[in-house]
Design a binder for this molecule. Structure first.
Ligand code: FAD
Ligand code: NAD
Length: 477
């Protein structure tokens, strides 16, 4: 007889491992199956996020930011340092150490719930009829377990272009771009999305000539155009060359170079680079996850079809995170994991997808929650807007970070906050002021009447809220 669990989670990323911990806290006998193999050749929990995504990319963004500040902005503070050098090997080793600390930490967290620890299982899982899970271990052996409830948290993988196959030597996916062992003289990037901008920034700050080819006429189309315009100005100053409307048709490896052919409004062009990062989006990692007998359905993009409670329609089978609809974000995956574990335990569990914040960790940072003006227009919602620039905020200027702005969008009649959009220093933290206000159905007036400490960057949020009603203090209305 196969071992029976209350809950088996397939996938140990921020969706899956968080779901497993919450299920165990609620007294459910829980296992978490994960197939990922770390850089050291051993199974590693944490999924994309901890191993090759959020955490390692932020480690490199921080290292490269320190170097860029040392070589570019310290002199404004009267600080000079001659012969600044970057040791890429040491930078990558620091990143790997951080990854190891956090992936190893999950094993400890699984054991940490002493009365009812989570059972980790290394291997690739396939769901069959009757909630039976077949697991192929890394030694090739196949075993079966079963569960009253199964949570599919298989995550996502990078999309590969047919003419630019990943070899992670010349043509890189996100994992490859996090492990380059010397600063490439010329880095090409296909896709000016989140990964292209973040990882392009890392290598640009270290001295690469970075060219980003974006097929669409604009970049970050999901963000507010006032915000992306402000960010684009800064990216240009940093030397990030973003080519819009650039359709790539060929990427040929010739010796140590990659030769790209692309077309834009002015005709066909070529670009020669030393490394090419392909960051054109991700797709749900559902290949091999479901035996046809499972009855679980996929949509046209290969994502598991779920309802608003992450239920698949097959009794006891749920799905969360990057392998279902909604934004591909670690915190969204984790919130869904908690909600599903609570629903399984008979508690109310819910995720409000309307208040999931986005953050892009470029310099300046970009962040938002809620609707853009375009989305308000499309939904025929009448709205009003207040904006405020960081250049008029004392703390931002004292920090030498005057770029960017805050924009509040509120309902024209009710004044309820519909969206908060930011570009500037530390806006990854400031955006949560909007998340909290929106979760409590707050109005622009509520934000405007809250006392904000001086001098802080948060005063820009306060002033933008005042500006909704044309009463900002430190700018003309
Ligand atoms: P994943 O993290 O992808 O985990 C899924 C796990 O399931 C993997 O370990 C996989 O090996 C395993 N698996 C898949 N199929 C099976 C199977 N059949 N059997 C067993 N195991 C299986 N998001 C943010 O919110 N903030 C960021 O700053 C951020 N930065 C990012 C940077 C990069 C470079 C990338 C690539 C992504 C980034 N993301 C970020 C996105 C974030 O990583 C994902 O949204 C998040 O990891 C999704 O979590 P998940 O649990 O759904 O899936
Ligand atoms: P993305 O969807 O953010 O951007 C892909 C870009 O590539 C788009 O602008 C698209 O128009 C462009 N593109 C697509 N095909 C192209 C082609 N053939 N030629 C040129 N351009 C092309 O995807 P991504 O950057 O790969 O990131 C995937 C997802 O990972 C993100 O959407 C996000 O959900 C997640 N992520 C989040 C963070 C964060 O939260 N800070 C960081 C990294 C990744």
């Amino acid at each position: 007889m196969s071992e029976q669990f209350d809950v088996v989670v397939i996938g140990g990323g921020p969706g899956g491992y968080v779901a497993a911990i919450r299920a165990a806290q609620l007294g459910l006998k829980t296992a978490c199956v994960d197939a990922f193999i770390g850089k050291d050749g051993k199974p590693a929990l944490g999924g994309t996020c901890l191993n090759v995504g959020c955490i390692p990319s932020k480690a490199l963004l921080d290292s490269s930011r320190q170097f860029h500040n040392l070589t570019h902005s310290f002199k404004d503070h009267g600080i000079t340092a001659d012969n600044a050098k970057i040791d890429v090997g040491a930078m990558i080793a620091r990143k790997d150490k951080i990854v190891k600390q956090f992936t190893g930490g999950i094993t400890a967290l699984f054991k940490g719930n002493k009365a009812n620890p989570v059972t980790p299982i290394a291997g690739f899982a396939t769901l069959k009829a009757g909630n039976v899970i077949s697991i192929k271990g890394h030694d090739g052996k196949v075993a079966e377990i079963s569960a009253k409830n199964v949570i599919l948290a298989a995550g996502s993988v990078p999309i590969e272009l047919p003419f630019a196959k990943f070899d992670n030597v010349r043509i890189l996916d996100n994992a490859g771009a996090l492990d380059v062992n010397a600063v490439p003289k010329r880095l090409g990037v296909i896709g000016a999305g989140v990964i292209g901008l973040e990882l392009g920034s890392v290598w640009r700050r270290l001295g690469s000539e970075v060219t980003i080819l974006e097929a669409l006429p604009e970049f970050l189309g999901v963000a507010d155009p006032d915000i992306t315009k402000a960010a684009a100005r800064e990216f240009k100053k940093q030397g990030l060359d973003i080519q819009l409307g650039a359709k790539v048709s060929k990427a040929e490896i010739k010796g140590e170079e990659v030769h790209l052919t692309y077309a834009d409004a002015s005709g066909e062009k070529t670009l020669v680079v030393d490394k090419l990062l392909v960051a054109v989006g991700r797709r749900a990692a559902t290949a091999g996850l479901l035996d046809p007998s499972s009855g679980v359905k996929l949509d046209e993009r290969g994502r598991v079809i779920v309802d608003e409670h992450c239920a698949t329609g097959v009794a006891g089978v749920w799905a969360i995170g990057d392998c279902v609809r909604g934004p591909m974000l670690a915190h969204k995956a984790s919130e869904e994991g908690i909600a599903v574990a609570e629903l399984i335990a008979g508690l109310p569990g819910h995720v409000n997808l309307d208040t999931v914040p986005w953050v892009i960790y470029t310099e300046p940072e970009i962040a938002w929650v809620g609707k853009t003006e375009a989305e308000c227009k499309a939904a025929e919602i009448s709205y009003k807007v207040g904006t405020f620039p960081f250049a008029a905020i004392g703390r931002a200027v004292a920090m030498n970070e005057p770029a960017g702005l805050v924009k509040v969008i509120a309902h024209a009649e009710t004044d309820r906050i519909l969206g908060l959009h930011l570009c500037g220093a530390n806006v990854s933290e400031l955006v949560h002021e909007g998340v909290v206000a929106m979760e409590f159905h707050g109005s622009a007036e509520d934000l405007a009447r809250i006392c904000h400490a001086h001098p802080t960057l948060s005063e820009a949020v306060h002033e933008a809220a005042l500006a909704v009603d044309k009463r900002a203090i430190h700018k003309a209305n």
